[in-house]
Write a protein that binds this ligand. Structure first.
Ligand code: LEU
Length: 85
């Protein structure tokens, strides 16, 4: 499984939605992209796993915690993602 990193310039909207999280017993992943949005332009894909948010591993995060972590980003958002073949 290959992982990659994107750095999105703020402000929000970043142009994606999340699904999963520790409280769903599902990996955090991209459920939806805004066409032409910042995430889509950076090459993020629907279904990609979100491994870290601003360098913080997402594995212990609930869905809301991950969302809040992203909402706390203003100027730039760094994500490590992994494309699941
Ligand atoms: N939907 C938000 C956006 O596109 C991201 C969400 C994970 C807080 O900026």
């Amino acid at each position: 499984v290959e992982s990659y990193k994107v750095i999105l310039d703020g402000p929000a909207p970043w142009g994606f939605r999340l699904q999963g999280g520790k409280d769903f017993s599902m990996p955090l992943s991209i459920s939806r992209l805004t066409p032409g949005g910042k995430a889509a332009q950076a090459g993020v894909g629907v279904g990609d796993w979100v491994l870290s948010i601003d360098g913080e591993l997402t594995s212990p995060m609930t869905h809301i915690e991950a969302q809040n972590r992203i909402r706390a980003c203003g100027d730039r958002l760094c994500l490590t993602l992994s494309r699941v073949p």
